[in-house]
Design a binder for this molecule. Structure first.
Ligand code: ATP
Length: 235
């Protein structure tokens, strides 16, 4: 097992954002967390990536307890988080953004080769290579943010709401790219309000509601589940 959490609870002051989260991710899987706005999805990712410290519970990564380790050490251990809202470096070029994603690495030649590899997967990033990232459209910035996260060669890529704020046709483009990354064998933990897209691309999923896991199972089964259909798939 690559990642596992046991009884994770994370608070903001008096606000209990997530409670007793037990989940796992196996190597090669795509696992989704679906839930409405404010359900606790981002809090879970931030707790795994070390940006938040849980008040209770443990995060286990490749058999080791990493709870409370600083984010930089967690990136070096192989977990990369692609943040909600993309957060590209607007004043830097597309190419420089990708280079920055490799800040934990020193192998310059391999970094160049990886950038070329991702320029093949995301052709728009090749076209826009020398442009400032702030001039890209929302969908293009999302592609760049994903490519930048991959540049650290993570063992686990965590994607926070990749569809957020994008037009439906652009959401499809972003998910085509996620599908391609999945085919390359990258393990992915995805959190999404767009349950349909997340369930279509993932192998397994958890439904999170007001900070707790309400349901879990194979994504293809959750797509057929009446409660999931009603609450998350528009009936
Ligand atoms: P979204 O998609 O809107 O980010 P989410 O499912 O990721 O939703 P979280 O952002 O994890 O949800 O928020 C979980 C709960 O914690 C919500 O009730 C939210 O209001 C609360 N919360 C989030 N950040 C803070 C904060 N910095 N201070 C206080 N409460 C917060």
């Amino acid at each position: 097992m690559l990642l596992k959490t046991d009884n994770i609870c994370t608070n903001y002051g008096a606000v209990e954002a997530i409670r007793n989260i037990n989940m796992y991710v196996e190597e090669g899987e795509v696992v989704a967390f679906i839930g409405h706005n404010g359900a606790g999805k981002t809090t879970l990712l931030k707790t795994i990536s070390g940006l938040l410290r849980p008040v209770k519970g443990t995060v286990t990564w490749m058999g080791e307890n990493i709870t409370g380790r600083p984010p930089e050490k967690i990136v070096r251990a192989g977990i990369s988080q692609c943040p909600e809202g993309r957060q590209v470096f607007a004043e830097s070029t597309v190419y420089q953004n990708m280079e920055m994603g490799a800040y934990t690495r020193k192998d310059k030649q391999a970094i160049r080769e990886d950038i070329e590899k991702y320029e093949e997967i995301f052709p728009i990033l090749k076209e826009r290579r020398s442009q400032k990232a702030g001039l890209l459209s929302g969908g293009e910035q999302q592609m760049l943010a994903i490519a930048r996260s991959l540049m650290s060669r993570p063992k686990l890529l965590m994607l926070d709401e990749p569809s957020l704020g994008l037009a439906p046709v652009v959401v499809n483009d972003v998910y085509d790219v996620i599908q391609k990354i999945k085919q390359q064998g990258v393990t992915i933990l995805l959190v999404e309000q767009n349950a349909m897209k997340a369930l279509e691309v993932s192998d397994r999923a958890y439904v999170i509601s007001t900070g707790e896991i309400a349901l879990e199972g194979k994504s293809e089964e959750l797509l057929q589940n009446d409660a999931v259909k009603k609450a998350y798939l528009g009936g």
